[in-house]
Design a protein around this ligand. Structure first.
Ligand code: SF4
Length: 248
């Protein structure tokens, strides 16, 4: 049985993250539920930066289901060729645009069932859209959230769904709205897959990860790689380079 944080410890962990970043947001650029849905579909196995580079010009010409359907797969493909799996994604984005027009009058639905019935939309994408666009307390589990939840002991689980269910149980209601983004930011900038920056981590004293990295030389971490604000204040500063941590 993996070690896990108590409810009180979990609440303390979220309080720490909330104090550091009261209103975290997705790093994807979007302007309404449809553009968010498209951006999230395009972001599978791609970085937010690469998606934003493509969607800037794309949304300038096609920011509604009607315009996206009219653009068609081939022309859409020209905008997203720099993103991995672009052929399949172009097909899905055009198909989901058509489905939105046919089934929902061109409006992005606000239920999980309707969202997951759209081409290319799985549970994670639906959770992100429900949370970020419609303010619902859903918790999408991507690779970063999965890693942080397992390492820290916040919500250990062997599958994304198991982690999501564990997170839903342990996350105090008042933190549900932002939990996804806090954990993503922590995983993306601090709890890195190969070498977590434990000495610079805001929740290091609460985290149960056995192989925490020893003192990170914070001066050597350039400003670009620093987490925006989910970082401690130099606890445990030392001189050794961080060890590689184990991915979950
Ligand atoms: S202390 Fe280390 S392992 Fe734990 S959450 Fe922070 S960076 Fe990740």
């Amino acid at each position: 049985m993996p070690k896990r944080l108590t409810r009180d410890q979990a609440a303390a962990l979220y309080a720490r993250l909330a104090a550091a970043e009261p209103a975290p947001k997705t790093e994807l650029v979007w302007r309404d539920p449809f553009t968010l849905l498209v951006a999230v579909v395009l972001s599978a196995q791609a970085t937010d930066v690469s998606v934003n580079k493509a969607t800037g010009p794309l949304f300038a010409v096609a920011d509604t289901p009607e315009k996206m359907a009219a653009l068609g797969e081939e022309r859409l493909g020209r905008y997203i060729k720099t993103i991995g799996l672009w052929r399949a994604k172009a097909k899905n984005v055009v198909a989901l645009s058509r489905a939105l027009i046919e089934r929902h009058g061109g409006v992005v639905p606000q239920t999980r069932e309707a969202l997951e019935a759209l081409p290319g939309v799985g549970r994670k994408t639906a959770n992100v859209v429900l949370n970020a666009a419609f303010g619902q307390p859903t918790l999408a589990v991507d690779t970063h959230v999965f890693r942080v939840a397992n390492r820290s002991g916040l919500a250990p689980g062997t599958t994304p769904l198991a982690v999501e269910e564990a997170l839903m149980k342990v996350t105090p209601p008042e933190y549900l709205q932002h939990a996804h983004h806090w954990l993503i930011l922590l995983g993306r900038y601090t709890c890195l897959a190969r070498a977590p920056k434990c000495a610079a981590c805001a929740i290091a004293d609460l985290c149960l990860f056995k192989e925490k990295t020893p003192g990170v030389q914070t001066a050597k971490i350039g400003p670009r790689s620093l987490p925006p604000s989910l970082e401690g204040r130099g606890r445990g500063r030392g001189t050794r380079r961080p060890n590689a941590g184990k991915s979950p």
